[in-house]
Design a protein around this ligand. Structure first.
Ligand SMILES: [Zn+2]
Length: 260
């Protein structure tokens, strides 16, 4: 498949691989693990892909690294209550995608690190959930501002390196595990697209499950019905733009790494 070969122009924020080689649709994995910095990141990044795979029998696990405790514009927010609420919202979002479960590591929002201790935690979840495919933030995305997204991306990559090698964290007492594929969303260079035709409603349902983020992230506030339509239009446009890279109607765009 040649990038941008179809009728639709490729959106400028998506930079397809220079050689034009874009693959479309991995075989449905038996198990998949998505690693996100905050509640809602996974739903934005790969919610349609996870819904599609879950519907085809894939066991999907979500790993959320931080507690989401800074996810409010209101300075008087009770942050403990916000953490509990965002946990429930993430569980509801996962259910909307058909995901099997959510693991929360509860690092403080905005203060995530990608050191050895955090790497061990991600390694453990990979060894326990034994995914064929791991999905995460692209840590090499240029001009990325949020440090949690960069650290979360590094943790997905480095967690795989640790999980596959028996000499990393042997005290875990778990057999090593080597996934066969890694898909990075917010990709600096896009070379893979998953078609999400038919799964945009599930992605939207997952996103809207994050009720606490309607105002700050989704622009849904005073006039919810109209604003929800605007938000849904934005998500559909993004999916169409990502799909255009791979020549499919609706998609999610990734950097694909196979040599794990
Ligand atoms: Zn985030």
């Amino acid at each position: 498949m040649t990038a941008g070969s179809g009728e639709q122009p490729v959106a400028s924020y998506l930079s397809p691989a220079a050689d034009g080689a874009v693959t479309v649709d991995l075989p449905v994995p038996r198990r998949a693990l998505a690693v996100g910095a905050h509640p809602d990141d996974i739903d934005f990044g790969c919610g349609g892909t996870l819904a599609k795979w879950a519907a085809a029998g894939c066991r999907v696990t979500e790993l959320v690294l931080t507690d989401g405790s800074k996810g409010s514009w209101d300075p008087t927010t009770d942050r403990a209550a916000l953490v509990a609420l965002r946990r429930e919202e993430q569980r509801a979002a996962a259910a909307a995608l058909g995901a099997g479960g959510v693991v929360f590591l509860d690092h403080v929002d905005g203060e995530l690190q990608s050191g050895l201790a955090e790497r061990a935690e991600v390694c453990r979840v990979i060894r326990e959930s034994r995914p064929d495919v791991v999905l995460g933030h692209d840590p090499w995305k240029r001009y990325r501002l949020h440090p949690d997204h960069r650290h979360a991306g590094h943790l997905a990559v480095e967690g795989i390196v640790a999980a596959r090698d028996p000499h990393f964290f042997p005290e875990q007492g778990l057999p090593p595990h080597r996934p066969t594929g890694l898909l990075l969303w917010e990709a600096d260079v896009v070379d893979h697209v998953e078609s999400i035709d038919g799964f945009l409603p599930a992605k939207m349902a997952a996103l809207l499950a994050h009720r606490s983020q309607w105002r700050s992230t989704m622009g849904i506030d005073a006039a919810p019905t109209a604003e929800e339509e605007v938000f849904a239009g934005r998500i559909r446009d993004r999916a169409a733009e990502a799909g255009a890279v791979g020549g499919v109607p609706l998609g999610e765009a990734f950097k694909r790494i196979d040599r794990l």
